[in-house]
Design a protein around this ligand. Structure first.
Ligand code: CUK
Ligand code: CUA
Length: 764
């Protein structure tokens, strides 16, 4: 029955598509022909129609996915599943110049561990910044499990701005989870280790090794984490895992899972059973419940001491001040998720087939009544499972993570071992639907599904294995993100997306219209600090500043030349090239790469970026723009000449490869006059329309006006040379004048097309 109704829907769609094309019979046959040729069923075509975004179209949601071991994060659109951007975070990435320009090197340097550069990250859980429990579209946080670090990405330009390293931990999996107003970002350690930076034998594991949970203070105005205002809960050497922050009624509290509360230490080489055996022998582990609001008050009142320069709440203090409590949870749990209404906490069992629903009200009552079943070996009070539990529901083998629907009570749980998604109701305990997926799902994600107001509509299964789903590309397979339609009662699989960049763990999806990223920087901008760069440079003000053997070059980029075009330095100099992109047009990025120095910059409109390096060998080093920015992009080039020490540069004129005559000059001028006529017509069209109502056109016009100004300067130079009878230079400057005219015309035509296509009105 279900099948027939789906088929009916598909046929209706075929009919609709047909009606859109004028001839019914013609269209039907064409569509059916394609379906037949490609072996597509009606169900396939319906799925395609639900995910297809036509050229120039936009997606409804934007996903930020972790990039696993790549150290990056990945942005893609839903429902199209088109990848939009990889944003480099912990790992250098040349396309973005990340880890190549001085500005981003400074960001990576914030993440040094024990004084060493660490240029990779194992990213796990991205989190959007929130206001009152809903995404506000301003920032994304991401953690590194291998080296316990967090990073801040600003969504105004999708660039990584800050990295902080945890002062206590040696690994951290349970981040990032934000409190409802992004007061704090939670980061829990994973593998217990000594807090002090020295050797401690494993024999001292119980007494000297520690877990923990850091609440990183975030400042929404500055967009930066504040290590000096952050605090850490010292925790027992259990392997703390994922976290979630309370919301609504549970605001002010945090919940953190753990496994291996056995405190087992392996050692196969010494004849001990491995970790996997010793870490899963007990039937339950512990959820840690922390009161961050009260802890914050203690910090503000000066009642918490600093260790390693950071606030540390010892277990002793947490017990005394009633800040931390433990509750048993199913064996080796994984995800812990606070429900949208903040009243329940869901825990997935991993080695249990149940999802466990805890009641926040019951937990609070137990704390108030001091109703504890005892303490753990460190004296932390334990609330009994019976006291805190609302119900447990059999959801399938190996539940990992939960995510919420827009429908009250409805939740989706990823089932790792059974490779399925289970849809159920945590308020009634009823199973509503199951869907097999390919294969071994880890996290899953619904639209804004971890906020106070989930959007429903789509679900993505982030699968660990893709096995046979795609064209084979060798033993290392891409990951598979499967898009599922959850708008109806039954889940429907729509699309498989191969994701070939590390192993993404969690992902979060935000409504696309909450994001308003900029298209250009204010001219002369250091994008990593978000302030004017001291190295910015305006057109015509390019210069070289030498101090001893330190050389600073202040240059500019605009279609289609780099200023300077020749850089002369000496062997042994330290050279800093600072380049400002003068373009205002959208998407007119210039790159900058140079032979032999590991230099590759990405300089978006307005940005100033710098490359610093030492030149230790005399020689000739070409450089060029690495973005195909214009018809004369290949000519966007220059030479760095590294001269031997003591060499005197020659002032003799360079001999041109071509000779030009008065006739050449006059022919070029005639061309330029004709080109100017075209420009004037375009300008006439634009100014006779309401172009000021179109921000894109306004910026194109600004840029075109700049280019025309440059054309005017070149024209004057050619006329001066011609008046002096120097037709060689007159011709070259006349050609440069024409180059600027071509750029002006290109911009003008783009503006004109935009106006025509977007219904501009004639105003005079
Ligand atoms: S983890 Cu990988 S599937 Cu790091 Cu959240 Cu669960
Ligand atoms: Cu600038 Cu190519």
């Amino acid at each position: 029955m279900k099948f027939y109704s789906r088929l009916g829907g598909a046929l209706l769609l075929v009919a609709l598509v047909s009606m859109m094309i004028s001839s019914f019979a013609f269209a039907e046959s064409k569509l059916q022909k394609v379906m037949k040729e490609r072996g597509l069923t009606e169900k396939d075509v319906l799925a395609a129609a639900k995910t297809y975004v036509p050229t120039g179209g936009r997606d409804e949601y934007i996903v930020c996915s972790s990039g696993g071991q790549s150290g990056h994060v990945i942005f893609y659109g839903i429902p199209s599943m088109r990848i939009l951007k990889y944003v480099a975070v912990f790992t250098p990435e040349p396309w973005q110049g990340y880890g190549f320009d001085d500005e981003s090197k400074a960001v990576l340097a914030q993440g040094r561990i024990q004084g060493k550069d660490i240029v990779f990250g194992d990213t796990h859980h991205p989190a959007f910044s929130e206001t009152d429990g809903d995404y506000n579209g301003r920032y994304v946080f991401i953690n590194d499990k291998a080296n316990p670090r967090l990073a801040v990405i600003d969504l105004h330009d999708f660039e990584t701005k800050q990295i902080v390293a945890n002062p206590f931990f040696r690994s951290a999996h349970g981040g990032c989870f934000v409190t409802p107003n992004t007061e704090y970002v939670m980061e829990a350690s994973q593998y217990a280790a000594p807090y002090k930076d020295e050797f401690v034998p494993l024999n001292d594991f119980n007494d000297e090794y520690r877990g923990g949970l850091t609440y990183w203070k975030f400042n929404m105005d500055s967009g930066r984490l504040e290590p000096e205002n952050s605090f850490t809960f010292e925790m027992p050497p259990y392997s703390q895992d994922l976290c979630d922050a309370g919301k609504g009624p549970s605001y002010g509290w945090g919940f953190t899972n753990s496994f291996c509360t056995e405190r087992y230490v392996g050692g196969i080489e010494k004849g001990r059973p491995p970790y996997e055996a010793g870490c899963s022998s007990k039937d339950t582990d512990f959820m840690h419940v922390t009161n961050w609001k009260k802890a914050e008050e203690l910090v503000k009142a000066g009642k918490v001491t600093k260790v390693n320069g950071a606030y540390l709440i010892t277990m002793e203090q947490a017990i005394k001040e009633e800040l931390m409590f433990l509750i048993p949870e199913p064996k080796s749990p994984h995800g812990v998720d606070v429900t949208p209404d903040g009243l329940h906490i869901l825990v997935a069992g991993k080695l249990d087939s149940h999802a466990w629903v805890y009641s926040f009200e019951k937990i609070m009552k137990a704390i108030k009544d001091k109703n504890f079943e005892g303490t753990d070996p460190y004296g932390l009070p334990i609330i009994s499972l019976d006291t805190a539990l609302e119900r447990s529901v059999n959801v399938g083998l190996g539940p990992l993570h939960n995510q919420f629907d827009s429908v009250d009570g409805v939740v989706y749980t990823s089932i790792y071992v059974d490779s399925q998604i289970t849809k159920w109701n945590y308020k009634t305990g009823k199973i509503l639907d199951t869907l097999p997926i390919h294969y071994n799902v880890g996290h899953l994600m619904t639209m804004e599904g971890d906020t106070k107001h989930p959007d429903g509509k789509y679900l993505v299964a982030l699968n660990k294995l893709s096995i046979d789903r795609f064209n084979p590309v060798g033993p290392l397979h891409p990951q598979n993100h499967q898009l599922i339609d959850i708008s109806g009662a039954q889940m429907e699989l729509l699309y498989d997306m191969p994701l070939p960049l590390g192993e993404p763990h969690y992902a979060v999806a935000i409504k696309a219209d909450k994001l308003q990223p900029t298209v250009r920087y204010k001219t002369g901008w250091n994008s990593r600090k978000d302030e004017k760069s001291p190295f910015r440079c305006r057109a015509g003000r390019e210069k070289v500043v030498r101090e001893g053997n330190k050389v600073d070059i202040y240059g500019t980029l605009i279609r289609s030349h780099i200023t300077p075009e020749t850089i002369e330095v000496y062997e042994g100099d330290t050279v800093s090239i600072h380049l400002t992109n003068l373009e205002r047009a959208q998407d007119e990025v210039h790159g900058f790469a140079m032979y032999g120095h590991n230099v590759q910059l990405s300089i978006e409109p307005g940005k100033t970026a710098s490359a610093t390096f030492t030149v230790d060998k005399a020689g000739v080093y070409p450089y060029y723009c690495t973005e195909f920015c214009s018809a004369l992009h290949l000519e966007m080039q220059g030479y760095m000449l590294v001269m031997p020490k003591g060499y005197k540069p020659q002032d003799a004129a360079i001999i041109d490869g071509e000779k030009y005559t008065k006739a050449d000059y006059e022919a070029q001028v005639a061309t330029n006059i004709a080109t100017q006529d075209v420009i004037n017509q375009v300008v006439g069209f634009i100014t006779s329309h309401n172009y000021k109502d179109f921000p894109i056109v306004v910026s194109l016009v600004e840029d075109a006006t700049d280019q025309l100004g440059f054309a005017e300067e070149a024209k004057t130079k050619s006329e001066v040379a011609a008046a002096e009878g120097d037709f060689q230079n007159a011709m070259l400057w006349a050609n440069q004048w024409w180059q600027y005219q071509v750029k002006t015309a290109d911009l003008g035509l783009r503006a004109k097309t935009h106006l025509e296509q977007n219904g501009a009105k004639k105003v005079k």
